[in-house]
Design a protein around this ligand. Structure first.
Ligand SMILES: Cc1ncc(COP(=O)(O)O)c(C=O)c1O
Length: 399
C-alpha cells in the first residue's frame, strides 16, 4: 500500500474548525446554539461589489488571467495601501493569492527550507504553526501572555532575532487577541528589526482597517524605510470587506518575493477568477462606507463583550483595540466543576460551555495559550447579548 508523503504526517485540520463542526452538529440536532467560534465578519459587501461581479460575468473573456493578479486589482491594492500610509509600492512589488492563507503558505514555501526557523508570538493564529509544520520549518515562539497585553516587547524581539530565524511573522491587529500595537510600540519594534538584517519579516495585517479608539494602523516600514527590502505586507478582503468566501489575498514587498509568489501561482492556481477580481477591485476602489460602518459597529460590540466579561469575578481580559475578537483569561475556572463535571483546562471549559449553554468558543490552546478562550463577536446584538448572558450563567454555576 503506498503511503501519503512524509510532509502530510505533520498536517492537521484546523482546531477552530473542530469546534465549529461540533456546534454545527448540535444545531442539526435542534439545539439553540450561539456561535462565537469562527472568525467571520458576518456582513456582506456593498451593492457596488455585486454589480461589478455581474458586469464581469456579462463580459467574461473566457481566458486565463495574470499569474500575479490583474493590473486593475494590483492598482486598486496599491491605492488602498496608500490610504493606509504605505506609499511607494508598484505592481512589481505586489502579488495576489486565494486568500491571505494561500499567500502565507506560499510565502513559507518561498522563504523557508526544511529545518529553517520561523518565529512568532504566542498567542498565534493557529494556521501559522500548521503551515510551518507542513513545510518542515522549526518554530520559535515568543510568549506574549495577558500580563503583557498579549504583545511582544522590544527586548523579547531582540532576543529572538539574535537567534537569526529565517522569518519573523508579525501579526497586527492580532487574531486571536484583537490587540493592536500603538504607533510608539511599532516604532520601537521597527528599531529592533532594523538591528537584525538576516531575517525576513512577514507582516500579516489583514485586519488593518478594523482598528478602534482612534489608535490608527501603523507598519514598521513607516518608521524604518530600510525594512522594505525584507518586509512583506499581507492583506486580504476577507475580514475588512466582508468577503471571506471570495478568497482574495494580496501582498506587497520585495520584488523577488512578489515574483516568487507569481511563479508559485503559475504552478498552483494560475490566476484569481475574473469575476472575483472585478468584485475585489470594486471593494478596494469603490465607496468605503460599509467597511467603515462595520468597524464602528465592531468597536461598540467590543465594549459590550468587555463589560459582560468584567462582571464575571476572576476573568481577566486585556482590552482589544481591533479585529473582532476578545481573548479572556478564564483560568479561574480550572479545577472547578459544572453540573458535576470537572473543568481541568480550556478544552473542558469550551466543551462544557457548548454542551450546557449552547455557546461555542474556541479554546485558547488552539492558539498556543491554554489559559484563555477566543470569542469572535460579529453576530447580531441579540444573540451576542444572549451568548454573553449564558457565559455569565455558566460561570455562576461553577462550584
Ligand atoms: C491573522 C490572519 N491571517 C490570515 C488569515 C487568512 O485570511 P484569508 O481568509 O484571507 O485566507 C486569517 C483568517 O482568519 C487571520 O486571522
Amino acid at each position: 500500500m503506498p503511503q501519503l508523503s512524509h510532509r502530510m504526517g505533520h498536517a492537521k485540520p484546523s482546531a477552530i474548525m473542530a469546534v465549529a463542526e461540533k456546534a454545527k452538529a448540535l444545531k442539526a440536532q435542534g439545539r439553540d446554539i450561539i456561535s462565537f467560534s469562527i472568525g467571520v465578519p458576518n456582513f456582506l459587501p456593498g451593492e457596488h461589489v455585486y454589480a461589478a461581479a455581474r458586469e464581469a460575468l456579462a463580459k467574461d473573456s473566457g481566458q486565463y488571467g495574470s499569474n500575479r493578479g490583474a493590473d486593475a486589482l494590483l492598482d486598486a491594492f496599491i491605492a488602498h495601501m496608500g490610504r493606509l500610509g504605505l506609499a511607494g509600492y508598484t505592481r512589481k512589488h505586489c502579488a495576489t493569492g486565494v486568500g491571505a492563507k494561500h499567500l502565507l503558505y506560499n510565502l513559507a514555501e518561498a522563504l523557508l527550507d526544511p529545518g529553517d526557523t520561523i518565529a512568532f508570538a504566542t498567542p498565534y493564529w493557529t494556521t501559522y504553526v500548521d503551515i510551518a509544520d507542513i513545510v518542515g520549518a522549526k518554530t520559535l515562539l515568543l510568549p506574549a501572555p495577558a500580563s503583557q497585553d498579549y504583545k511582544i516587547t522590544p527586548a523579547q524581539l531582540d532576543a529572538a532575532l539574535a537567534q537569526k530565524p529565517k522569518v519573523y511573522l508579525f501579526n497586527n491587529p492580532s487574531n486571536p487577541t484583537g490587540m493592536v500595537y500603538s504607533k510608539d510600540e511599532i516604532a520601537a519594534l521597527a528599531d529592533v528589526f532594523a538591528k537584525h538584517p538576516d531575517t525576513w519579516i512577514i507582516s500579516d495585517d489583514i485586519y488593518n482597517t478594523l482598528v478602534f479608539d482612534g489608535l490608527g494602523y501603523h507598519n514598521i516600514v513607516n518608521f524604518r524605510p530600510e525594512l522594505r527590502e525584507r518586509t512583506v505586507f499581507v492583506d486580504s478582503l476577507s475580514k475588512t470587506y466582508g468577503m471571506p468566501g471570495w478568497r482574495v489575498g494580496l501582498m506587497a514587498g520585495p520584488e523577488a518575493i512578489a515574483q516568487a509568489i507569481t511563479t508559485l501561482n503559475s504552478n498552483h492556481i494560475t490566476n484569481l477568477p475574473e469575476v472575483v477580481t472585478a468584485a475585489a477591485v470594486a471593494a478596494l476602489a469603490g465607496p468605503q462606507d460599509v467597511p467603515q460602518q462595520k468597524c464602528r459597529e465592531f468597536e461598540a460590540k467590543r465594549d459590550v463583550v468587555l463589560a459582560a466579561l468584567a462582571a464575571i469575578p476572576g476573568v481577566k481580559c486585556p482590552r482589544p483595540q481591533g479585529a473582532f475578537y476578545v481573548f479572556p483569561d478564564i483560568s479561574c475556572a480550572f479545577g472547578k466543576s459544572h453540573g458535576g463535571k470537572l473543568i481541568a483546562n480550556d478544552v473542558d471549559f469550551c466543551n462544557l460551555l457548548l454542551e450546557a449553554e449552547g455557546v461555542a468558543c474556541v479554546p485558547g490552546s488552539a492558539f498556543g495559550e491554554p489559559s484563555a478562550l477566543r470569542i469572535s463577536y460579529t453576530c447580531p446584538d441579540a444573540p451576542l447579548k444572549e451568548g454573553l448572558r449564558r457565559i455569565q450563567a455558566f460561570f455562576a454555576a461553577l462550584v
